[in-house]
Design a binder for this molecule. Sequence first.
Ligand SMILES: Cc1cc2nc3c(=O)[nH]c(=O)nc-3n(C[C@H](O)[C@H](O)[C@H](O)COP(=O)(O)O)c2cc1C
Length: 82
Amino acid sequence: MGDEVLEEGKFDPMFTEVEGSLSGKRIALFGSYGWGDGQWMRDWDDRCKAAGAVLATDSVIANDAPGDEEIKFCKALGAALA
Ligand SMILES: Cc1cc2nc3c(=O)[nH]c(=O)nc-3n(C[C@H](O)[C@H](O)[C@H](O)COP(=O)(O)O)c2cc1C
């Protein structure tokens, strides 16, 4: 709910709180958006890598609601983390 940024009201403050604990942790990112081309996800990827997190798989991004393809990617994301 900010153009090409993480939602500022609740999500970004929550993420900022845990950001310092991500070093060495395996994580995976997913999210949906309405407009833009997904710069928020590239920035979020970079932010997690800078915090030392290990991305278990490519981040999954869905324009609006996830379709069959995105659901398939989400399942693969879960499998990569498990
Ligand atoms: C109040 C409101 C603000 C939104 N702001 C943005 C935005 O800034 N950027 C964006 O990409 N999408 C925005 N959207 C669209 C949603 O992020 C997008 O449709 C998303 O897929 C909805 O996911 P959800 O069903 O999990 O909320 C907004 C939607 C609403 C209702």
